[in-house]
Design a protein around this ligand. Sequence first.
Ligand code: FES
Ligand code: FE2
Length: 352
Amino acid sequence: MFVKNCWYMAGWSHEFNFEPLVARIFLNEAIVLYRATNGRLIAMEDRCCHRLAPLSAGRVEGDDLRCLYHGLRFGPDGQCNEIPQQPGKPVSKVVRVRTYPVVEKHGAAWIWMGEPARAVPDLIPSVIGPDEGPWSMLPGQMTIEANYSLLNDNLLDLTHVAYVHRNSFGRGKEDQTAEFAGIPSVTTRLDNGIRVERWMPNDLAPPYIAEILPGMDKVDFYICTDLLIPGILILNSRIYKSGSIDRCSTAGLEGEEPIYAEYSCQAITPVNKSRTTYFFALGPWRQHEHLKQMYLALGQLAFSEDRAMLEAQQKVIDRTPDRGMMNLAADQAVASFRSKMNALMKEETTEE
Ligand code: FES
Ligand SMILES: [Fe+2]
């Protein structure tokens, strides 16, 4: 049902700074997260091994977590180090709870739900976080009542912008946005995902571009999306002077600076098979920082449009589970990513 041996985004780092314990569900497993005294995030199964009470109803004591049912205390490695009912007696090694590798990088916490020995931090996708690099981004998130694979499909097929986002990105001009669906794209297989690139030549510049680049009402857009296993999106959007496309291949303009650029990183984390958390950060170059709030608002509006469509789509799927989907020639990226994910899930099931 899920690919387990990979890093999933557990949340933006700042989300773990307010409450001592944060209860979350990832891949249908209940997890409790807390910060140890040195600030390191600890993730444990949210289930005491004694009588199965939730540890998220417990209390952080230094680096440890105490279950507040009968008081068993667990260290950051999940080992019970105190049973109040057996004072002075050594605690058996079997009295322990499962812990999960967690690493904070790029302004986010990443959790590994598979075999801990395979959790190499270098495998964390090389996204750029909200406070990194040349971008000025604000983070956000939303819950979507749909299977994660529908979100992955959505991010791999941006032609839906023409219809789903006709009122947000399309600013209500459906006759113009409809053209977006017909723009050719180039799909490339990456080691751990799929890249889709497209050019929109001589396109109408959005109002905020015309505002910061006076006289630039028509521009060439280049959009590159990498969707990495298990559902991490890196979106680079660059704007060049109109006519630039004539000097380049579909792979972008090597060595030529765009006149404007936007970036977004997004992460799809399954809560369970029918609910998904959608994390996102997006924004412009740092020199146009004043636009970042506008980006977040526009993103939130657009992602709510996605949510409405995906939740409606999930309802149709649930009503008619025996009806399969159809792959058109244009669905190459979607089909390749799904087959990569299915191959990984099959591999993991065989190994178990
Ligand atoms: S259920 Fe946790 S100590 Fe008993
Ligand atoms: Fe969308």
